[in-house]
Design a protein around this ligand. Structure first.
Ligand code: FPP
Length: 249
């Protein structure tokens, strides 16, 4: 997190500080298309995607948004060509190794969610190190969904609760939304208020299926590597124009 952005360092004056989302989630889509447009291999799009994510994390911190969750790798992404999957795993590991100390100094609290056991051992070790190193930090909560699937997450929570019922530790009637949510990977983090998806796709793609129940969606045609503070400002303006009714009138 070294290069300092030169634009929109402070919260833009047309945004109301008191009505910012408390938690932003992003589906970072369009890296491959971005690279293709530049005549470069897809992996270059992922590299630039890391820069965009780093600046969004810092921007959330600068503007007073306390939580950011990014969809880095879905359970379906294993179906990509092997070289691309290998590149992504190595990229995650390298980025963590390179950026951890600075993120830790900046008070970022890092959490990885997903089926982490299926990731390469060396990446698992970096993930573990990053979570342990930042566990006491009180600043922005940065959650990275890696080998994550929303349906799998819900099934896992069901299994845990079913086991407790089977053991007689819990009655089925005791299961309510709060208890269920406490068995999800995201336990302890508020649900996202705003979901941003880049590259114009109108899908949720198995991301945070439970947690996005009342999130506002913002879809932009911009490809992820081009998503910057100007774009984020637009997303937040759109968010502040929404009338969040949670099913009421
Ligand atoms: C989607 O674009 C992007 C990904 C599957 C990877 C996103 C990962 C990063 C930006 C790196 C994050 C790094 C860390 C350490 C958290 P795509 O390849 O689907 O693009 P396309 O739709 O144009 O093909």
């Amino acid at each position: 997190m070294t290069a300092k952005p030169t634009i929109l360092q402070e919260l833009p004056a047309d945004l109301d500080q008191d009505r910012l989302p408390r938690h932003v989630a992003v589906i970072m889509d369009g890296n491959g298309r971005w690279a293709k447009r530049q005549g470069q291999p897809r992996i270059m799009g992922h590299r630039r995607g890391v820069d965009a994510l780093k600046d969004l994390l810092r921007c959330c911190r600068d503007w007073g948004i306390p939580a950011l969750t990014a969809y880095a790798f879905s359970t379906e992404n294993w179906g990509r060509p092997m070289e691309e999957v290998d590149f992504l795993m190595t990229l995650f590991e390298r980025v963590l190794r390179r950026e951890l100390e600075e993120m830790a100094q900046e008070n970022v609290k890092i959490k990885f969610v997903g089926n982490l056991e299926a990731l390469p051992r060396s990446l698992q070790a970096e993930i573990e190190r990053s979570m342990t190193r930042t566990q006491d930090n009180q600043g922005i909560r940065f959650t990275v969904a890696t080998n994550y699937g929303g349906r799998q997450e819900i099934i896992q929570a069901c299994r845990e609760l079913a086991t407790q019922v089977q053991k007689g530790l819990l009655q089925p009637d005791d299961i309510d939304e709060a208890l269920f949510a406490s068995h999800l990977y995201t336990a302890g983090v508020s649900d996202p208020d705003l979901l941003i998806r880049t590259s114009g796709e109108m899908r949720i793609s198995n991301f945070l299926l439970w947690q996005l129940a009342y999130a506002e969606f913002y879809i932009t045609e911009t490809l992820w590597p081009d998503f910057n503070r100007v774009e984020f400002h637009q997303a937040l303006c759109a968010y502040q124009e929404r009338d969040r009714r949670y099913g009421k009138v």
